[in-house]
Each structure stands twice: as C-alpha cells, then as structure tokens.
Design a protein around this ligand. Structure first.
Ligand SMILES: [Fe+2]
Length: 112
C-alpha cells in the first residue's frame, strides 16, 4: 500500500480519488518493476511471463486513469489536450527561456 500521507476529514469523493491515485502509483511502479525484470531476464519463458504481467499492469493503470478522468474534470481536460497528439508538447519560444505548452496557448512566462 502507498505510503502517501492522507489528510483527515476527507469527503467520500476525495477518499475515492485518493484510493485511485494511490492505486495508479502502485500500478505504475509494478509496470516499471516488470519491465526492468523482463529486460534483464535471459530466460525466454520468464521474459515472456514478465512482459505479460507488465502488460496486465498497464491495463490496470489505463483503467484507473479512465476512472480518474471521469471523477476529476481536470484529468478530462488534460487528457483531451495531450493524449494521442504528436509531440513535442513543450516548445521553446524564440531564444528567450520562455516556454509554451503546445496547443494550449499557455505561456509559462519568462524565466529571466
Ligand atoms: Fe495491477
């Protein structure tokens, strides 16, 4: 279970979101573990098993992300803005350290 700090007095909605976010963290960690182990394995049958397990965790992560998209409107906004769009998503503007986020018109401001 995640070691993330949980505030007291949360609404049922906030607790549900917390559970989904913590679960997503755990699924992403599991993807990384299985991916690293599959890359390191020299045994073909073990490598195939670890890749299968990794891909199951990717499925779980995708389901949680969809749950979060439905539960948190800002996830819906950002997913629609960035998923299935070719990068780069952040492009430098001229020679200044100002950057803009692709397609959003959101300037992050000068760093000078
Ligand atoms: Fe999982």
């Amino acid at each position: 279970m995640s070691s993330a700090m949980i505030e007291t007095g949360l609404s049922a909605t906030a607790m549900g979101i917390h559970r989904a976010l913590a679960s997503l963290q755990e699924e992403l960690e599991a993807i990384d573990y299985y991916h690293q182990r599959s890359e390191a394995s020299d045994d073909k049958s073990q490598k195939d098993l670890l890749i299968h397990n990794r891909d199951d965790e990717i499925e779980h992560a995708a389901m949680l992300l969809e749950w979060l998209r439905q539960a948190m409107p800002e996830f819906d906004v950002q997913i629609k803005k960035f998923l299935f769009k070719p990068g780069p998503w952040i492009e430098p503007v001229s020679d200044s350290p100002t950057v803009s986020v692709h397609g959003s018109g959101l300037g992050l401001g000068s760093l000078q």
